[in-house]
Design a protein around this ligand. Sequence first.
Ligand SMILES: [Zn+2]
Length: 209
Amino acid sequence: MIHEILPVGPLQCNCSIVGDETTREAIVIDPGDQIDDILALIKKHNLQVKQIVITHAHIDHVGGAMKLRAATGAPILLNQNDYALLKMLDVQAAWLGMKAPGRVEIDQSLGQADLVKAGSLEGQVIHTPGHTEGSICIYFPLERELIAGDTLFAGSIGRTDLPGGSFEKIMGSLHNQVLALPDETVVVPGHGPNTTIGEERETNPFLQK
Ligand SMILES: [Zn+2]
């Protein structure tokens, strides 16, 4: 699997480009900003983007989605429980002192156990409410990799004090779904460095019993 991780925008959201080495089909996850840089990487690997997947509707993850859709023709996918947050992008922009990206249109909702695909690559959608109601993680079982959005970070977890957040729900998502994955799974969080499920199970202060 081709996998580029590019931190984008002022909040350095990790945008992932995952591609099939044979068919050159790709999925872009969380194109929050710097779409020109993302397109340059897509061109460098000679990829064709088939899906644009948003882990949750915070502006730093979704802000560049429409520009990427216009450039690639790929549909934008987001869990429907975050549609309300998506309508508040101008409010989110104001909180952060950023320019509002305009209206973002969703082509399809992604729910529990749906698959995202690029060539032979298959990612399973895990609905992990808590950071937001519609937060999802994408699990690539063959590659043993989890794109975690803002649900799990190296040494921390997503904040739950913003609209739609719930500490109880994120703890439920983490213990029942995320920690059910094998220890060797590499976790690519929405911000900051990669980690593994095993490392977080052992050392993350929020996940200790
Ligand atoms: Zn977020």
